[in-house]
Write a protein that binds this ligand. Structure first.
Ligand code: MRU
Length: 350
């Protein structure tokens, strides 16, 4: 059975977001009729994963634009720009959010003579294009990356990079899915991914649904697994990639990369080129989201840490490019030196 889409719509007045906080217990969609509701869903992680965040913000902006009731294009553009500025603050690390907003802004900039009705239609079309592209890009990433996964391999993955995170077959998970569909007998170790358990709740759910052999492990067991030769390859996703190849992804990814290097295990990142940020030269410049203490001190809404204990909860970390064997994109695999190779891939067509 295919996984339900993380976001869908039937009209331009309402969009539905699968509430990933409730998965796998409940498959419940949130109905959103405003950009504010979409931004809130992103902030609260009802929808998450870099490409899905980009898609959600694009359609959220298109939705809100439909509600601007003016005939004057200049007034429309002013309101639209204000809306985009507010939307860009939903989450700071995944660059796909800013990338998607820029694509929506480009619709206005590239249609200087269009009236308000035409702009509204084109904005909606652009959101639909981003949705369709996510599906195609994931398939291309899967095709390029599946060669890295050999028959009989044990693959380790982190967080959730599947349908729930992109709307397509996924990035790192798309590679795993493609290898499995091509008949390779693989097995996947899924890290829980504390504190919000995107691995045990979401990735395990997606792999189980596809009947891919899988074992759930705690994040802190990875050193032991690697040292005892249980892992052949690590494939993870990305939220933002600097021009030198340094990569921000779910906190804990850096730990996996260092351990992989120490144990001589290939470590790959999979991401669409929209996750590449040409304005950021090195990883230390990537903004890292710090989330609520409660995500650490509480579990399922219940306090587990003693009263008065404070927590520090960075949601992402940066893996220096030197630990990354390659970055699988829709245009091919960027190899070392990552910076130069990524630049070449950006201009290549599939
Ligand atoms: O906080 P999240 O769940 O949005 O973090 C998601 C990740 O870190 C993913 O690995 C990344 O966005 C890639 S999704 C294809």
């Amino acid at each position: 059975m295919p996984i339900k889409p993380p976001i869908y719509w039937n009209t331009t007045a309402e969009i539905f977001i699968l509430d990933q906080r409730k998965l796998p217990r409940k498959e419940q969609y949130l109905a959103c009729r405003s950009l504010r509701q979409v931004v809130n869903a992103i902030k609260k992680l009802a929808i998450r994963g870099a490409p899905a965040i980009g898609l959600a913000i694009a359609v959220g902006v298109a939705l809100e634009a439909q509600k601007i009731e003016v005939d004057d294009v200049q007034v429309f553009v002013k309101k639209f720009e204000k809306m985009c500025k507010n939307a860009s603050e939903a989450r700071p690390t995944a660059v796909n959010l800013i990338w998607a907003i820029e694509r929506m802004r480009a619709v206005i900039i590239e249609n200087p003579g269009a009236d308000v009705d035409r702009l509204k239609k084109n904005l909606w079309k652009m959101a639909e294009k981003i949705r369709d592209e996510n599906i195609e890009l994931d398939m291309a990433i899967g095709r390029h990356g599946q060669d890295l996964v050999k028959d009989g391999m044990n693959v380790l993955t982190y967080c959730n990079t599947g349908t729930l995170a992109t709307g397509g077959c996924g990035t790192a998970l798309g590679i795993i899915r493609t290898a499995w569909k091509r008949g390779k007998r693989i097995h996947v170790y899924v890290c829980e991914t504390r504190p919000l358990l995107q691995g045990s709740r979401l990735t395990a759910w997606e792999l189980l649904n596809d009947n891919v052999p899988m074992t759930l492990v705690t994040d802190n067991s990875v050193g032991y697994l690697m040292e005892t030769k249980k892992i052949d390859i690590v494939i993870v996703g990305a939220d933002r990639i600097a021009t030198n190849g340094d990569t921000a992804n779910k906190v804990g990814t850096y730990t996996l990369a260092v351990l992989a290097k120490e144990n001589g295990i290939p470590f790959y990142v999979a991401a669409p080129l929209s996750t590449f940020d040409p304005a950021i030269k090195k990883g230390s410049n990537i903004p890292i989201e710090v989330r609520d203490d409660k995500e650490v001190t509480h579990l399922n809404g219940k306090k587990i840490a003693p009263v008065g204990v404070r927590a520090y909860n960075p949601a992402f970390d940066v893996t220096p490019g030197k630990y990354i064997w390659g970055i699988v994109t829709e245009n091919g695999i960027a190899k070392k030196p990552l910076g130069r190779s990524l630049k070449r891939l950006l201009t290549r067509t599939r």
